[in-house]
Design a protein around this ligand. Sequence first.
Ligand code: CP
Ligand code: NVA
Length: 302
Amino acid sequence: MTRHLLEVDDLSPAELAEVLDLCTALEPSQVLARKGAALIFEKPSNRTRNSTEMAVVALGGHPIYLKPDEVDIDGRESAEDVARTLSLYHSVLAARVFDHQVLVRMAATVDVPVVNLLSDLSHPLQAIADLLTIRAEFDDVAERSVAWVGDYSNVARSLAIASAMSGMEVRFACPDGYQPPAADLEVFASHGAAGVRSEADPAAVVDGADVVVTDAWYSMGQEAEANVRRPIFEPYRVDAALMDRAAPDGIFLHCLPAHRGEEVTDEVLDGPRSRAWQEAANRFNAARGAIEWLVSESGEGR
Ligand code: CP
Ligand code: NVA
């Protein structure tokens, strides 16, 4: 059966464990030898494009980057026709899209794995990289808590699912109007989170937390909202005083790119608790492990 990765919970907990094992294996298998991977981007990228391209190379394959105006999904041709065509040449399709439904439609059309490289809803490869970073830090992940501060973004949702599936406590400090919907909180609880909290006060949420995480106050595509959002999110900047409330061995994560001086200060991002660069390095490991697993599970591709 063809397997796709549009959100972390497309994997069962046991499958997520298998993916994490592959991410940390010394030698990947050459599952993509003499095969292609199409990487479609509707938005800019530094980490995702480069880590995924190099992961495909590490698996023996050949990545082809398709820039936003090149295939022009639902403009030049439909998402289904783009996917059908690319699946004639490639063993993996991966895409960064504005509308998550585009990925759903592509996955429904083709018999090769479709991988979400970020959508408005989720960013699963980022979450797997974050989980690798947290596991490298703490042996007892299920005893730990993750405190998300700021905008409830695509990255927040995927990280919360990955954390919940690992048995962690999941906390959110987001301003009114930018908090996780109740249905998502129920999803996190159903995935086995040790606890789920969402409130407006960042200090209370970060108190004693083991992992403090934030993201841009306005995501790609929301730039026009920047001036409205900045004053609303001002109290949610992760600075040294907020990090001082975390557990003594607590760490700071940021998916990057960072808007230094907005959601995080230089002092925190460049400070001793920051693991943002290990996290960025883990994007390669996450892509390699996830793609190896998806291709292996999906059987003979192109
Ligand atoms: N974290 C992340 O996805 O970075 P890019 O947008 O640079 O790919
Ligand atoms: N939430 C951010 C993440 C960037 C990696 C965005 O979607 O722009």
